[in-house]
Design a protein around this ligand. Structure first.
Ligand code: HEC
Ligand code: HEC
Length: 209
């Protein structure tokens, strides 16, 4: 049902983009590439209904890399990566200039940790599982640019669960362009089942608050 609902939305965005292209010929017209909140929630705080994660507070280097990766088709192209496939065409239409502007704009969005939604997680088991993650993502899931690993604390838990499942299933992190995703994909081997994923994300929910 949700996927059906998205098609008209995508069509509207596509139309808006076409008209943005024709406006571009005229000086002083606003460039219409700031459509992100349609799917990423008010002030970039995430939208569970559309599966668009929180962007507010995201590290600029990670935000930039993901936009470029989607644009190049290294993410969001696998036929079973439904949510990635919603984002991928949105990045294709961005120029380098648009991305630079979005990064500047994104820096003004206030960071507020997302509200936890997960239930049924074993936080203690999650804490043990997280020991395998801390070397890259940090003891408090604060992220590490040196390790190319983004902050996980404060991100929407439903999004983290989807990504871990996607890495594990090979819907993300398999494209030859996605070298960082490939590295992350190998790290999901210790998460042996869905419960382990819920447990580790439940522990991440306790960090950085
Ligand atoms: C049609 C809906 C839609 C629009 C419009 C959209 N996005 Fe997305 N975006 C998504 C979805 C859904 C995901 C989650 C993809 C996944 O689950 O892998 C996503 C994921 C992302 C990610 C990856 C986040 C991460 O933690 O890896 C970034 C970055 C992103 N979007 C930025 C943007 C920006 C910037 C814009 C505006 C230029 C934008 N998006 C517009 C739907 C959208
Ligand atoms: C060897 C370093 C390393 C380890 C260990 C590691 N990760 Fe990652 N992780 C990464 C990198 C690098 C990325 C960014 C991938 C990209 O740029 O697409 C990432 C991305 C992610 C993402 C996607 C975030 C987003 O916004 O889309 C999640 C979720 C994640 N890791 C969770 C974990 C968990 C949970 C563990 C432990 C079980 C873990 N990682 C262990 C390096 C690591």
């Amino acid at each position: 049902m949700l996927r059906k609902a998205l098609f008209p939305l995508l069509a509207i965005i596509a139309m808006a983009t076409v008209s943005a292209g024709s406006w571009a010929a005229e000086p002083h017209e606003p460039v219409n590439h700031r459509f992100c909140f349609t799917c990423h929630g008010t002030d970039g705080m995430g939208s569970e209904g559309i599966n668009g994660p929180r962007l507010a507070g995201m590290e600029p280097w990670y935000l930039k890399r993901q936009l470029e990766l989607f644009r190049a088709g290294g993410r969001g192209k696998h036929p079973d990566d439904y949510h990635g496939m919603e984002m991928q065409p949105m990045a294709v239409i961005l120029t380098d200039e648009n991305i630079a502007d979005i990064l500047e704009w994104a820096a003004t969005w206030e960071y507020v940790p997302a509200t936890p939604t997960l239930t049924g997680g074993n936080v203690q088991r999650g804490q043990q599982l997280y020991q395998a993650c801390a070397s890259c993502h940090g003891a408090n899931a604060e992220g590490s640019e040196a390790m190319n690993a983004p902050q996980l604390a404060g991100q929407n838990d439903w999004y983290l669960v989807t990504q871990l499942k996607n890495f594990k299933a090979g819907y993300r992190g398999v494209d030859p362009l996605d070298q960082y995703g490939a590295m992350m994909r190998t790290m999901t081997s210790g998460l042996t089942d869905d419960q382990a994923i819920v447990d580790v994300v439940s522990y991440i929910n306790t960090l950085g608050r």
